[in-house]
Write a protein that binds this ligand. Structure first.
Ligand code: C2E
Ligand code: CA
Ligand code: CA
Length: 700
């Protein structure tokens, strides 16, 4: 007993019994156990003593004169501050009704008579300890901002569980209840049930989050299994935590000055893309944008101006990257084609996903340079902030994020070294090609305006008579610094950029002008062929261009030939047949260029209104050494004769080739053996000299 006494210290027990002997024995037993005991002989005295002594436990006999045990218990419970003191009802009537009454009047437990004296002190000790634990718990719950109630398996609030609201402050409990109802009524009941089921099955706490949009409040609901059919639902307002998390997220992944993704989120996005793209064919480009001499602005104007400028630059950059792809400033985990980030200081970086070519990256770089070219106004000062841009391409310029960023950075320094306000590719060949392409496009336009183009003429000679019957017009570009630029270097670019349409029209007009000139110069019998690109054939303008040119220069349409490539006959067949048919109806002759390089058969060609075949240079080239090529040429010549088509062999350089072609009945040849393409005046001289030589030969 000493042990118990020591532990309880001066715990106080109030006991009330009208039977004196019971009172005496109880007091002795309890005092022996170390309690301080107050004894009352009736209910009124018991209440009186309760108020004075503030006991830790109360033992009440049920059957007392005046106020009985139940009544005393009820009054004790009604004393606001003492609602938790454990009250044991000592009852002689060991029946359900008394136990029920005890429960309803707020008793903690009951002891039935006859009292087992040996366990009385222990019993009292237990209720005191349980009371303390209960009080601790209640204190704890009060301190917590949570509201707790009981849910059944279906997620319905159990009727008696509303008592639990008492644990939370009344208004909070009300809010929590509304949140819960909002949650389970907005289509979340299945999720709710699943969560409850899981909590019941696993006995592990589960949680759900819910945002009440109308209130702007974020709630977390946790579920803890209570028994086999119900859970405690603990509802907590998590708005602050959420806001905090968002703030942490923003700080971790976004640059506070510009609101753009920062280096670390940009880096992890790169990692993601590289991780998922490694096996696929996709490409992307990184543009490292550094502002030129920004430090000087910062040093002379102060950091606040510097910051405002950086914000303005960020705005410009996001506008000009957004323009193409309809993107907005977005969080790092969303999937977009263009991502702009600030790496720090005056360094920005642009990620272009799925770039088809270095050319795409170059044109974004150009757009950035143009966008920043407009002065920025800041605190009534005007600033022009120019960028230097380094471009790295995946996968050729690096396979990891560090490598790519480093190489883009290196390229950026090259751009600075090259005079700033421009861009450089990390990889030299890419740089050269892409730069040239872009330059070429710009220069082509300029050349059009300035008239830097000229037509050269390569004679075609008839094998039967060895007379020049016509020529092919070949385009030449005289470039101020590069000299003569061969068409192989610019026709494709002109086609891609659409410049081929005006350029092609110019060629047709110029060719007709030349035909007219030849007539005036006594060379009216010559034909002239013009190369036509597929873009021209598919555009509506070709017919008009040809008609106008013929009319303007009063040229007989039969002297004009259009060379189209075999590949053109394979696409848009209806439209091509239609266009070609109309041209043919005008009298214009049509020839199939580079014949043999495509897949069309001669019988397929019958569909088209064709007059002439040009055997591709590649077959002619090896005619005398490669039996296959010889066989092809021979077959083409034989079949063309059957179809009534003329055949021109182009690229004839050697006597052996000539001999072969002559033997197989080729009509015309064109090639260095006879003549290279010549400037207009040289061509006319050549024709005259040749005719003279022919006349001489004929006269001999
Ligand atoms: P193409 O139509 O096959 O023109 C023949 C090309 O072969 C010309 O090159 C000509 O100079 C070259 N050639 C002629 N004889 C020989 C020879 O004996 N040996 C060798 N090795 N080459 C020979 P060019 O002038 O550089 O033109 C290249 C291509 O550019 C042309 O090929 C044609 O597809 C295109 N092209 C030229 N002018 C125009 C034009 O006005 N419009 C369009 N759309 N394309 C053009
Ligand atoms: Ca040609
Ligand atoms: Ca050709």
């Amino acid at each position: 007993m000493t042990g118990v006494a020591e532990k309880l210290g001066s715990a106080r027990v109030l006991l009330a019994d009208d039977d004196e002997s019971t009172r005496v024995i109880m007091r002795r037993v309890l005092e022996n156990a170390g309690f301080e005991v107050f004894a009352a002989a009736d209910g009124v005295e018991a209440l009186e003593l309760f108020r004075r002594s503030s006991p830790d436990a109360v033992l009440l006999d049920v059957d007392m004169p005046g106020l009985d045990g139940f009544a005393v218990c009820e009054r004790i419970r009604s004393i606001e501050t003492k609602t938790e003191t454990p009250v044991l009802i000592v009852t002689g009537f060991d029946d359900n009704e008394s136990v029920d009454r005890a429960y309803h009047c707020g008793a903690t437990d009951f002891i039935s008579k006859p009292i087992t004296w040996s366990v009385l002190a222990h019993r009292v000790r237990y209720v005191i300890r349980a009371g303390e634990a209960f009080n601790d718990m209640r204190g704890l719950l009060r301190a917590l901002p949570d509201t707790i109630f009981v849910l059944d398996e279906q997620g319905l609030i159990k009727s008696d569980s509303k008592n639990l609201h008492a644990f939370g402050a009344a208004d909070e409990a009300g809010v929590a209840l509304r949140v819960f109802e909002n949650f389970s009524n907005s289509g979340n009941r299945p999720a709710l049930r699943r969560c409850i089921r899981k909590a019941l099955d696993t006995r592990e706490p589960q949680s759900l989050e819910h945002f009440v949009e109308s209130a702007g409040v974020h709630f977390e609901i946790r579920f803890v299994a209570r028994d086999r059919q119900s859970v405690l639902a603990i509802v907590r307002d998590a708005t602050d935590r959420k806001q905090f998390e968002n703030r942490i997220y923003d700080l971790a992944f976004f640059d506070p000055l510009t609101g753009l993704p920062n280096r670390s989120s940009f880096g992890s996005e790169l990692d993601d893309i590289i991780g998922t793209r490694r096996s696929s064919e996709a490409h992307f480009a990184i543009l490292f944008v550094d502002l030129d001499r920004f430090k000087r602005i910062n040093d002379t104007m102060g950091h606040s101006v510097g910051d405002q400028l950086l914000q303005a630059v960020a705005e410009r950059l996001s506008n000009c990257t957004r323009a193409e792809d309809g993107m907005s400033r977005v969080k790092a985990n969303e999937d977009t084609a263009v991502r702009l980030a600030r790496l720090g200081g005056d360094e920005f970086v642009i990620l272009l996903r799925d770039v088809a070519s270095a050319q795409d990256a170059a044109s974004v770089a150009t757009r950035v340079i143009n966008a920043l070219g407009e002065p920025l106004v800041c605190e009534s000062h005007q600033f022009v902030v120019t960028p230097s841009i380094g471009i790295a391409l995946y996968p050729q310029d690096g396979s990891t994020r560090d490598e790519l960023l480093m190489n883009a950075d290196t390229a950026m320094y090259k751009a600075k070294a090259a005079g700033r306000n421009n861009y450089k590719f990390y990889s030299e060949t890419m740089k050269v090609r892409s730069l040239q392409r872009l330059d070429t496009e710009i220069e082509l336009r300029r050349a059009m305006d300035r008239g830097d183009f000229e037509l050269y003429f390569q004679p075609k000679v008839a094998l039967s008579s060895w007379q020049i019957v016509g020529a092919e017009a070949l385009l030449r570009w005289h470039h101020a610094s590069r000299g003569w630029v061969p068409p192989t270097e610019f026709i494709a670019i002109a086609e891609e950029s659409g410049l081929i349409l005006p350029l092609g029209s110019w060629v047709i007009d110029n060719a007709c002008e030349r035909l007219q000139q030849w007539t005036e110069d006594g060379l009216g019998g010559l034909t002239l062929s013009v190369n036509v690109s597929s873009k021209q054939v598919y555009s509506d303008g070709l017919l008009v261009t040809v008609t106008n040119a013929l009319r303007k220069h009063r040229v007989d349409p039969r002297r004009l030939e259009l060379e189209i490539t075999e590949g053109m006959l394979m696409r848009d067949i209806e439209q091509t047949i239609d266009t070609l048919g109309k041209l043919r109806a005008m009298g214009v002759r049509l020839s199939v260029d580079d014949f043999g390089t495509g897949y069309s058969s001669l019988s397929y060609l019958k569909k088209f209104p064709i007059d002439i075949l040009k055997i591709d240079r590649s077959f002619v080239q090896d005619l005398h050494t490669d039996p296959d090529d010889a066989a092809i040429c021979a077959a083409v010549l034989a079949m063309a004769q059957q179809l009534g088509l003329d055949v021109v062999a182009e690229g004839v350089e050697l006597e052996e080739q000539l001999t072969f072609l002559r033997r197989h009945g080729c009509d015309l040849i064109q090639g260095y053996l006879f003549s290279k393409p010549l400037a207009a005046a040289d061509f006319e001289d050549f024709v005259r000299v040749h005719a003279g030589a022919g006349d001489k030969a004929a006269g001999l």
